[in-house]
Structures are given as C-alpha cells and as structure tokens.
Design a protein around this ligand. Sequence first.
Ligand code: SAH
Length: 482
Amino acid sequence: MSNKKSKEITKYDKGDLLTVEITDIGNDGEGIGKVDGYTLFIKDAVIGDVVKAKIMKAKKNYAYAHLEEVITASDVRVKPRCEIARQCGGCQIQNMDYERQLQFKQNKVRNNIVRLGGFEESYVDGVMQSIIGMEDPWRYRNKAQFPIGRDKNGKIVAGFYAGRTHSIIPVDDCLIGTKENKEILDIIIDHMNKNGVEPYDEASGKGLVRHVLIRKGFTSGEIMVCLVVNYKGKGGQSPAQFIKAQDSLVERLRKNSGMTSISVSVNTEKTNVIMGLEIHTIWGRDTIKDTLCGLEFEISPLSFYQVNPKQCEKLYGKAIEYAGLTGKETVWDLYCGIGTITLSMAADARKVYGVEIIPEAIEDAKANAKRNNIDNAEFYCGKAEEVLPDFYNKGMADDNALNPDVIVVDPPRKGCDEACLDTMLKMKPERIVYVSCDSATLARDLRILVDGGYELKAVTPCDMFGHTVHVETVVLLTKAAR
Ligand code: SAH
C-alpha cells in the first residue's frame, strides 16, 4: 500500500484499466467515480455500479473512460428495454430505474440553480417542488424523424444516427415512439426494395429517400407521414419513376388506420437540416388536427408542436396555475411558437400577446386563435429582444399592454436575451412565469431577474423526455415587496 496523502491526485494514462465505484451522475447522464482523487467520467455507467473502465482520454485531474464491464450492478440499474439503447444515443439513461431518473433530473435543476444561479441551497430547497413524472414513460413521443439509408450489409434500413455520427443504426421498434412508426416504416422499406427506390446517400448526394417524418395526434388519432426526398427529377431516379413508385406506396400506406395526410418534402441540399421547405401533399389533407389543453390545433409537417402532449398539458397547467389569472390580466407570452400557451391562457385573461420569431408559426398561432374563437389574443412576429423593447419605447394603443400583470417566457435552450430580460424588468409585471428546457441558462436568467427586483417563488421540473437527460422546468417569480 502506498502512503499517499488523500489529497494527492494520481494521474492515469490512456489505456489504463481501473476499477471504480460510481458515486455521481454527470449532466449528460454519465457515471462519475473517483480513483485516488482522480475523476473518471464513464458513459453508460450507473450511479451505485462498481465497474471496470478503460481510460480513453486523460487530462490532469480527470479522464473520460469506456465502460468495459459492470462488476457489481447498482440497485437502480435496469436492463434497457431497447436492445440498441447504448448505441443509439437517443435515450442516454434508459439503463436507470425511472424513479431514479426523475431524482437525477430534480437534482440537476436544483444544482444548476444553486451553482450557476448563485442561490442559497436552503433557499432553493424551500422553493423546489417535486418533479412531475410520467405515468408511463414509454411510447410518449408523437413525432419521429427516421433517417433512411443502407446498413453495413447494404440493406435498406430506417433508424437513428449513432450518437454524433452519420452511420445509421437500424431500429426495429423505438419504444418511446408510437407503435404505428414501425408498421409505416416497414411498408416504406418494403416498397423501396420492390420498386428499386434508392435511399439517399450522404457521401455521394445521390438517392431519393432521406428521411421519414411520422406524426400522430394522440387525441385525434390522426397520422401524418412525410417523406423527405432528394428529388431533382434527374440523376439516379426519373420523376416518372418517382411518382409511379409513390402512387403504389400511397395505396399501401393509406390502409393504416388513422392515416390522414401523406406528403413529400423536397430537400436537395447537402445539409444536416432534415426537412425541405417545399411540401407537396400526395394524399389526404395537408395537416392533422390535435387537441391540447382543450384547444384544437392544426399541425403541418413543418410546424413546431410539443412532442409529449400528455406531459405538455401538465407543464402548461403548472404555468397557468403560476400565472394566477382571474380574467382581468394582461399577459405577454414570449417565444410563443404556434401560440399553445398564449391561447390556453386567453380564456382567463383580459388580453394575451404572443411574440415569436418564425413567421409560419405566427401564422399558425393566428389561425389557431380563430379556429378556437379566441378574440383577445394578438401575435407579433420578431425577436422577443427586439419586439418587446420596441413597443416599450414607442408605446402601444392598449395602455395596459406595457404594464402587464404577467409575462410568460418559453425560450429555446440558449435562454432569454439580456435585452428581453431588461425590458421585462422595466415593465414590472406582478408575476413572471419562466418555462425552460435548459436549467443552466434558466439559472443564469433567474439571477438577472432576482437581482432586478424579483423573488424566486416556486420551481417545478417536469419530465417530458423520459430516458433522456433532458428536463423541462417551470418557475414562478413575483415582484419583490419594496
Ligand atoms: N411556447 C411554445 C414554443 C416554445 S419553443 C410551445 O410551448 O409550443 C421556443 C420558441 O421560441 C420556438 O418556437 C422558437 O422559434 C422561438 N424563438 C427562438 N428564438 C426566439 C427569439 N429570439 N424571439 C422570439 N422567439 C424565438
């Protein structure tokens, strides 16, 4: 035995095999363990495991290591239901008991608010509410986009890109998606095989079928299939062949119960962007309908729509509760998308204003207001950090608009722009409801809002994406008493 002092760190090198107990979980779900003060990050190792790991990349104080063998399995380790969970990379923590996944997410939000937001631990523990988990964390996604290509043996397959690469891992039946996905993909692949329809090849830019988008309205039962094609009308595939092939495909697909819309999206660019902007409906309607929070929404292949509608209703329910509406309030909903939160608050408010950067989403939001007979909602297209300050400086016809009671924000991962937060602080609403999909940027923004005169009142995480490391959070802030 060496007489090393406990603080002294031993550096290990690439290729070293170490036995380590996993004592923590990293933000990406990786297991973390220490050997002689030296920290190892090990993907697919679960907290509580004792594992044998091989160092792949060694730094001074830490290393990334590959899980070679689980020596003693943790109590919270479960066998992933999906055989390819480890390669696929979509579900980073499927090998962890669901209850433990929820605890991990709860802690992730809490720790980010403490560490990155600079809040007292005891204060944060006082405002944290329990995470809203799923009743059944399987088959929850209403949307899937499968790349189509060839596997190692040249077989046409639908699947997922293996984490951060461009090779396709065939997926038989993705268990967080709908049952119909597999039936539909089987028909498309069989059709391609029988009719010589080529999958797209990223390297050469040749071939036709790039992706298949499948969406299902969980309430309506309506299904949409959109084939993303590299359709130039020449090269490997003539337009005639293409159309003919799609016709017989349509005959087969439309027999699936629920099939409502079959379309083609043209994407001829060499790009990672999945959808092309040109959409042709080849059978049925252009859109499918679905109901969310009692409102009807029409969804086209390009629209953003929450992928887990059941949890989304719970999340919005919390946001509505935090907004504390009585029918008299003026509300801004920034980063409003197709207006789902805006419209679900409209009935209990005097007036709601939505702001969103994507023009098509704003068009959808306006149409959704009409469809649901909501006449107290107004939508503006532009960046929240420009639209809000502009109105604030120039004024609005509705005097109350610039003295709102509630501001809701639901920004993308990068969080809110400072100019947006500044204007929110100037507008001094009674309540701010912050819906976030990234608790690190949430923590940063909460610090700005609290320094600007708000009190952090309640934080509720919500699991919208079971088996992944992602977590949504809804937060209530109120104007601090002066
Ligand atoms: N609240 C909606 C959408 C949330 S997703 C819902 O729950 O469905 C975040 C939205 O912010 C996206 O629709 C995105 O297009 C939009 N967005 C991104 N940057 C923006 C910005 N700077 N200003 C306004 N909207 C923005």
